[in-house]
Design a protein around this ligand. Structure first.
Ligand code: ZN
Length: 482
């Protein structure tokens, strides 16, 4: 039944900008501070206080607009959005309404490095964040934290171009990646610096008119967005199939129960009594400012992808994963600059390093393990100082403690044994103790040789240089044949 309907999804994404101070006052913009410590008369909305725009807010918003291929309006205006809620002490939010900062943008979704789907962006505007309500578990009262009041946000509104919950998730991942590359926000959904509301409706395939849309809120991860939308598709289809009508409403996603429930009937724009903000001048972005921002733009993901596949001969698969996180891409490039072996760096990053990162559930940029550590580790392997097996052990320790690999090798006596005399004694000893395996080898059993190499490695606790061990064993066994 479901496939008689076309799914239509549009998004409203709020992104906190990574500025030092808030949008209209000098208070710190910092997540996790003691409640109500980063506040002042401006962000508390005390009478007589006046907002002054933090210029860096505008710079970051313009970087985001350019990264999303938006047309920047040379003249835009702040507006008051009036509503009453305890986390908004002014009783209005400074936002932008009929004249937003930018519009007519788009974001391409890529597949194997080729553009596969274009999602249009209707508008990108600036606004301030509200505070945060913390509901007491007893439900007897709520606390309010105004630290987030006045934190700069951009709101990105897409056209209703998305056609499935899975595609919506892909879009959000691409959007997050683009904003990380544009260096405008840390985009941490778990800390609320990227938040997403979705509008979803169904219509019979082949019809042009949009169905009644429903807004879904409270989806706190990309996975939750996909699940919430999947649930909503089923819910709306069931109503339509029975000849029912979809109500215009806002619904809340409940992650634990896996359902949406009615939150409120959706406000219309006129409910907010928008009017131009009288305390702030119009926002003018002249050509000089825009070209300055354009020339200072950080490198965006598709350029990096092309450069990594062309300059470093990475496969589409390798480049795809490495560029998915700009800090991982930086790590790759810095390590490669130090040792000039892109394939080896990529293999270690995509293998052991990503595995360890997953285990500790952290971001690569906050690790004490730096590109110089990985470069040194690779140098120790190439120089025959440590075996591949030892290298994994050294990596693990360097990873968590940030100690240099050479230091760990010296302290723990992990250096590879390449001294031929020392190894010859071990080899002789192994041959003496394993006469049966020597006989097997002479009778042409292939496994016997591998077993003897393994025995030498075991006797040296993995530290013997395998190339020398192999040569020594071959020499001795061939010699004894004659
Ligand atoms: Zn303040």
């Amino acid at each position: 039944m479901l496939n008689i309907y076309e799914i239509v999804i549009g998004l409203e994404v709020h992104v906190e900008l990574d500025t030092q101070s808030k949008m209209f006052c000098p208070c710190a913009n910092r997540f996790g501070a003691t409640p109500n410590t980063n506040v002042c008369p401006v962000c508390l909305g005390l009478p007589g206080s006046l907002p002054v725009l933090n210029e860096h807010t505008l710079v970051l918003a313009l970087q985001a607009a350019l990264a999303l291929n938006c047309r920047v309006n040379p003249f835009s205006r702040f507006a008051r959005k009036n509503y009453f809620y305890p986390d908004l002490p002014k009783a209005y939010q400074i936002s932008q309404y009929e004249l937003p900062l930018a519009g007519s943008g788009c974001l391409e979704l890529f597949k194997d490095g080729e553009p596969a789907r274009k999602v249009n962006i209707e508008r990108l505007h600036l606004e301030e964040d509200a505070g945060k309500l913390l509901h007491d578990e007893s439900h007897a009262f709520s606390h309010v934290d105004y630290n987030r009041c006045g934190v700069p946000l951009i709101e990105i509104v897409t056209n209703p171009d998305l056609r499935s919950p899975a595609e919506t998730r892909l879009f959000l991942e691409a959007l997050r990646r683009m904003l990380l590359y544009a260096r405008v926000s840390d985009c941490k959904m778990e800390e609320g610096s990227l938040r997403c509301d979705a509008n979803i409706s169904l219509r019979p395939h082949g019809t042009k008119e949009l169905g009644q849309k429903v807004e879904i809120k409270n989806m706190n991860s990309f996975k939750a967005v996909q699940r919430g939308l999947e649930y909503e598709v089923e819910r709306q289809a069931a109503i339509l199939n029975q000849g029912g009508r979809i109500n215009q409403e806002t619904r809340r996603w409940h992650e634990d129960k896996g359902v949406t429930s009615e939150m409120r009937t959706k406000e219309k724009d006129h409910d907010y009594r928008y009017f131009p903000e009288p305390d702030l001048p119009p926002l003018v972005v002249d050509a000089a400012l825009l070209s300055k921002i354009r020339s200072n733009m950080p490198e965006l993901p598709e350029f990096r992808y092309r450069r990594f596949t062309a300059d470093y001969a990475l496969s589409h698969y390798q480049a795809g994963i490495i560029i998915s996180d700009p800090y991982l891409a930086d790590f790759f490039e810095e390590t490669t600059k130090l040792n000039n072996q892109p394939q080896k760096v990529a293999n270690w990053l995509l293998g052991d390093v990503l595995k360890l990162l997953k285990q500790v559930d952290t971001d690569i940029e906050t690790l004490p393990f730096k590109p110089s550590h990985l470069a040194e580790l690779l140098m120790l392997i190439d120089g025959g100082k440590i075996s591949g097996r030892t290298a994994k052990e050294v990596l693990e320790e360097s990873f968590s403690a940030g100690k240099l690999p050479a230091e760990i090798v010296a302290e723990k006596g992990l250096g590879q044994i390449s001294d031929t005399n020392e190894l010859e004694q071990v080899v002789d000893d192994v041959l003496k103790k394993n006469s049966a395996a020597v006989r097997d080898h002479q009778e042409g059993k292939k496994n016997a040789f591998t077993f003897l190499v393994g025995s030498v490695m075991k006797a040296t606790r993995g530290k013997a240089n395998p190339v020398i061990v192999t040569a020594l064993l071959q020499g001795k066994l061939d010699g004894s044949k004659q």
